[in-house]
Design a protein around this ligand. Structure first.
Ligand code: NAD
Length: 502
């Protein structure tokens, strides 16, 4: 394997990483961050941190429990109640959030090393996720000075203020497929003046732990940004905790459903960013090469472990075979391997369990009659949880591989005859996260945008994001919005204050 050209200061687990990332990994058990202090679990419990590219143990992380969660919520509550953050003048909150964005940008290669190590994110791409978090901070840093309420007109006897207030303690639960993207949810929460308790995914604690230290360095006061590492039990404790006011959850549909049900008991509002099975519609008049490349890349990106992956590609019958040829051509030189190898296009899946699950779907696809049009090579990729990219042709929308979220590099290409059929098939899914349409007909593009029952539509492009643009799902893909102005509503509440004019 060729090692990374990105940092290259210290050899670790067969690759070259930055001295700072190495320092973190050598410092002993990765701690929680509670009340501004790095602490281990009361029980002393730890969990292995495993490199999905090699299967080797990188280090250990404190395995939290309801006890650590409770301490973090208390610390967050205290910080909220004494106003050390929410009562700072807004421009000072802005300054510190911008400072945090700057620190992340300056240290993006450290964050990138950490995400490549424990999440298997391609090293040559991983800095982008750090930048994504920094961009979210920069965008939301602008809001504290602009979150004005309103004065509704109610006649001469009263003055009414409708105030926009932080909600208190926000619980944020994240998945493993983009660990450093934590500030997509935490930035609006902090900008609004809340305290945050973050639970990263159990498999990927490293970049979150490092970002916690940067938050302290940026001047986010102790107790305002807390991190408790742990598994589903810590997540459940967070949702049930009476001291947590709202939950922002990103993860699978099943977990989202359990969280919504549990949150109902304590009347917590939840924001659910769940899974997808996103349709990409390619019409006969589209720029075929661009459409094939973007649709296919969206499934190979992060080895298919992206919620918006365009895993159901609907192609108009007259260009169906040409599209498949183009998709196969685009895929044929893609290499599967260690996330740190600059030649790698598809890294590992997160765990051996996820690898086995994806392999089962590939088997089921063949058993149900889809034709395996392309099977990439993963032979030389050993030691990690590798799955080669797969393109299925002759897929029907009612096959298992078209209905369930696979979360691996498996693309299903489905033919359609006309617009009506394309929209009907695209919407025939429990999911509604995102969708794409490729056509040169502007009127049809807008008809498609109207017709698709999803939270984001990309026209002649795919998976473009910007912190200024909100994002979220429909149907089983969840509710609530991340990013953009609408995200602030998820992290604030409205209070009406009436005063009588004597
Ligand atoms: P997951 O639901 O298994 O776990 C996500 C997080 O929830 C983890 O931190 C986990 O420890 C925690 N958790 C598990 N059970 C819990 C419970 N009962 N109560 C509270 N917390 C619990 O998801 P995953 O497998 O880690 O992530 C992959 C999924 O995330 C995919 O379905 C993917 O589409 C989705 N995802 C969605 C988006 C989006 O923005 N819509 C973004 C990324 C990933």
């Amino acid at each position: 394997m060729t090692t990374t050209p990105y940092s290259g200061e210290v050899e670790f687990d067969g690759v070259s990483i930055s001295a700072e990332a190495h320092r973190l990994l050598s410092a002993g058990t990765v701690p929680h961050l509670i009340g501004g202090r790095e602490v281990l679990s009361e029980s002393g419990a730890t969990r292995d941190i495993v490199n999905p590219s090699t299967g080797s143990v990188l280090g250990h992380v404190a395995a939290g429990s309801a006890a650590e969660l409770d301490r973090a919520v208390l610390a967050a509550r205290e910080a909220f109640d004494d106003g050390r953050w929410r009562n700072l003048v807004p421009r000072e909150r802005e300054r510190r959030l911008v400072r945090l964005a700057e620190l992340i940008e300056q240290n993006a290669s450290v964050v990138g090393d950490l995400d490549a190590l424990d999440a298997g994110i391609l090293r040559r791409y991983a800095d982008y996720i750090a930048t994504y978090s920094a961009n979210a901070l920069r965008y939301f840093a602008g809001w504290p000075t602009k979150m004005a309420g309103s004065l509704p007109p109610v006649g001469p006897d009263y003055v009414v203020q409708e105030r926009i207030e932080p909600v208190g303690v926000m619980g944020v639960i994240k998945p493993w497929n983009g660990p450093a993207a934590v500030f997509a949810q935490c930035a609006p929460a902090l900008a609004a003046g809340n305290s945050v308790v973050l639970k990263p995914a159990e498999h990927t604690p490293l970049s979150a732990a490092y970002l916690g230290t940067l938050a302290l360095e940026a001047g986010i006061p102790d107790g305002v940004f807390n991190i408790v590492h742990g598994d589903a039990a810590v997540g459940r404790a967070m949702v049930e905790h009476p001291g947590v006011n709202r939950i922002s959850f990103t993860g699978s549909v099943g977990t989202g459903r359990a969280i919504a049900a549990s949150a109902a008991h304590t009347f917590k509002k939840v924001n659910l960013e769940l899974g997808g099975k996103s349709p990409v519609l390619v019409f006969a008049d589209a720029d075929l090469a661009t459409a094939a490349q973007m649709a296919t890349h969206s499934v190979w990106n992060n080895s298919g472990q992206v919620c918006t992956a365009g895993t159901r590609t609907f192609v108009q019958r007259s260009i169906y075979e040409d599209f498949l040829d183009e998709a196969v051509r685009y895929s044929s030189d893609k290499k599967v391997g260690n996330a740190f190898d600059p030649q790698t296009d598809l890294g590992p899946l997160i765990t051996p369990e996820q690898q086995a699950k994806v392999q089962r779907y590939i088997q089921v696809g063949q058993e149900e009659g889809a034709s395996l049009r392309y099977l990439g090579a993963a032979d030389s990729a050993t030691g990690g949880n590798y799955v080669p990219p797969v393109i299925f042709a002759d897929v029907r929308n009612d096959m298992t591989i078209a209905r369930e979220e696979i979360f691996g590099p498996v693309m299903s290409v489905i033919p359609f005859e006309d617009e009506d059929e394309a929209y009907r098939l695209a919407n025939d899914s429990q999911f509604g996260l995102a969708g794409g349409v490729f056509t040169r007909d502007i009127a049809r593009a807008h008809r498609a945008a109207d017709a698709l029952d999803v939270g984001t539509v990309w026209i002649n492009c795919y998976q473009v994001t910007d912190a200024a643009v909100s994002y979220g799902g429909a149907k089983s893909s969840g509710y609530g919005r991340s990013l953009g102005r609408p995200a602030l509503d998820e992290y604030t509440r409205c209070k009406s204050v009436w005063s009588r004019n004597y």
